[in-house]
Design a protein around this ligand. Structure first.
Ligand code: GRF
Length: 186
């Protein structure tokens, strides 16, 4: 099954997908919206083609997404995995990849959607937070949940130590969910 990862940042989740889903999925494309994102170096390391688009240079979201869609079609991409992609997916991609776009979010949704979910949880003083993998819909982190894993907030945690624990959990959960989804008979 051919897939694309969309990412804007560090790319640690991209890396874990590359390392741990090998037999289930063929990641053929990275879509990135920032030319200075460290994830681009990771794509190069894995020999994955990267398409860098700058959405602000397009007249509309639809125009931008049409170009991305053309690229995805050209490469026969069947699934899209968002991994730290800092944009809301619009109608053009949602319509064409219905039920085939998934995202990872660093909280137990519906708690703490949107940006800085780890900071939100830390400041709220919750004892347990976690990680969610979910289908993407038109909202911000509102799609149907596929899997969740709890992560404890320890008494001596700083936001950084909590973030580290959450990321480790992400790196296990995301590839595991992808393997499970794609290994299912269609
Ligand atoms: C992850 O915490 C993910 O849950 C969120 O963005 C972050 C991306 O981190 N959506 P990385 O670029 O994969 O290291």
């Amino acid at each position: 099954m051919r897939a694309a990862v969309f990412a804007s940042g560090t790319g640690s989740n991209f890396e874990s997908i590359m390392n741990d889903t090998e037999r289930a999925v063929d990641v053929v494309l990275l879509v990135c919206d920032r030319s200075d994102a460290p994830v681009l170096e990771k794509a190069e390391k894995f020999g994955v083609e990267a398409s860098v688009f700058h959405p602000k240079t397009f007249a509309s979201k639809a125009t931008y997404e049409q170009l991305v869609l053309d690229k995805l079609r050209e490469m026969n991409v069947a699934w899209i995995f968002l991994a730290g992609y800092m944009r809301i997916i619009g109608e053009t991609l949602l319509k064409n990849y219905e039920g085939r776009i998934i995202n990872i979010h660093p909280s137990l949704l519906p708690q703490f959607p949107g940006k800085d979910a780890i900071g939100q949880a830390y400041r709220a003083g919750v004892r347990t937070t976690g990680v969610t993998v979910h289908y993407v819909d038109e909202g911000v982190d509102t799609g149907d949940v596929i899997a969740q894993r709890e992560v404890p907030v320890l008494p001596d945690d700083t936001e950084d130590t909590l973030a580290e624990r959450i990321q480790q959990t992400e790196h296990q959960l995301y590839p595991a969910v992808i393997r499970q989804l794609l290994e299912q008979p269609e």
